[in-house]
Design a protein around this ligand. Structure first.
Ligand SMILES: Nc1ncnc2c1ncn2[C@@H]1O[C@H](COP(=O)(O)OP(=O)(O)OP(=O)(O)O)[C@@H](O)[C@H]1O
Ligand SMILES: [Mg+2]
Length: 361
């Protein structure tokens, strides 16, 4: 007996782990099929074809690797300061929970941390957002931070618009889109990493995704999953994923002072018993105007209230600051340009918060 010679097919098989997960899967099945061929000549011809396809697939991976832009992190963001911890946790575990205060940089920085770790090459980094508008604006922001054009290294896909391609390294999408993709890509092989963002929102889509992703993990050992959440109960996500590690990121904190200003105050004989909400807001804005310069956010529960309040504020603040209505649902009325802009701007947003005046000092 001579030294065992590896068959050409075994050599080809050994090259699969470097390919994209999709190509590896496709070519593995072809190698399996070729192995079953009895005819030596046909087997050799098929192996040659597969070898050519593997070369093309290797070039694809090389192109993707070369497309990773240089990565820098804004130093002031808490996530940047925890970057090494997050990087090590993702490197060493299949699932990681990142819990952090709002504005700490989870959404914008974690995809970049994944790229630095070499993710996004053998498959895209799929990054979900609960809302369509967020998928687009976050993609825009990450592309900008990476110094690339939207639709190249960073793309997005929402209903009716797909700005992603085979070249996309980071793909933003709504969680609904990722759910829909499961129908044609059961093991989500187009991704090597998934970031399920804002998981604390626990919508039906997010819950389905969390359930489904847990099921496929054993069949996709190369897949990394990052769940990001506000700081509310990240342990639940950890338990769901077999005690996955939690990286906690502190927020950028500012002292907050809460002052209550009831619309009408029956206790105060000097108060106007007929004051309405809009007047109460104008009074609160005037009160804040006497303090250090800054912006004011007014949260309101509906689009009409936002519009009426914005109109009243614009009139009230004439010559001074402008007001800029903003709604969670983007309608024409809410996209009107701000009337003026100066040291103090006022924005109305849809929310159920009462009209109190918390402010940064
Ligand atoms: N489109 C943008 N334009 C300007 N600055 C932005 C933009 N998007 C994010 N930022 C800045 O980046 C910081 C981090 O934002 P990011 O969305 O990554 O935080 P987050 O931790 O995901 O917050 P949240 O819990 O609210 O989702 C923000 O505080 C903001 O200063
Ligand atoms: Mg976020």
């Amino acid at each position: 007996m001579g030294t065992p010679v590896r068959s050409p097919l075994a050599d080809l098989r050994a090259r699969l782990p470097e390919l994209t997960a999709r190509d590896a899967h496709r070519l593995r099945r072809r190698i399996d099929g070729t192995e079953r061929l009895r005819d030596e000549g046909r087997r050799r011809a098929a192996a040659d074809e597969i070898a050519a396809d593997i070369e093309a697939a290797e070039r694809r991976v090389e192109r993707r690797r070369a497309a990773v832009p240089p990565i820098a992190y804004p130093a002031e963001l808490p996530v940047s300061q925890k970057k090494d911890d997050i990087l090590a946790a993702v490197r060493d575990h299949q699932v990681v929970i990142v819990a952090g205060e709002t504005g700490s940089g989870k959404t914008t920085q974690i995809p970049k941390i994944c790229l630095e770790l070499g993710r996004g090459v053998r498959g895209s980094i799929g990054h979900t957002q609960p809302r369509r508008i967020a998928a687009r604006t976050v993609a825009d922001r990450i592309a900008e931070e990476l110094g690339t054009e939207l639709g190249e290294a960073v793309g997005y896909k929402v209903r009716f618009t797909d700005r992603s391609s085979d070249e996309t390294l980071v793909k933003l999408m709504t969680d609904g889109i990722l759910l829909a993709e499961i129908q044609t890509d059961r093991l989500l092989r187009q991704y090597d990493t998934l970031i399920i963002d804002e998981a604390h929102e626990r919508s039906l889509n997010i819950d389905f995704l969390l359930g489904y992703v847990r099921e496929i993990l054993p069949r996709r050992p190369d897949l990394k999953v990052i769940i990001t959440s506000a700081t509310i109960d990240p342990e639940r996500f950890s338990r769901h994923f077999g005690d996955a590690p939690i990286v906690e990121v502190s927020g950028r904190t500012y002292p907050v002072e809460v002052r209550y200003r009831p619309v009408t105050d029956p206790e105060d004989p000097a108060a106007d018993p007929d004051r309405d909400q809009i007047q109460a807001i104008l009074d609160a804005v005037d009160e804040l105007a006497l303090e250090a310069p800054g912006d004011v956010l007014v949260f309101l529960s509906g689009e009409r209230e936002i519009r009426d309040t914005a109109d009243a504020l614009t009139k009230h603040l004439q010559g001074g600051a402008g007001s800029r209505p903003r709604c969670s649902r983007s309608t024409r009325a809410c996209r009107r340009p701000s009337s003026t802009a100066s040291s103090r701007r006022t924005a109305g947003g849809a929310s159920s918060s009462p009209p109190t005046s918390p402010r940064r000092r």
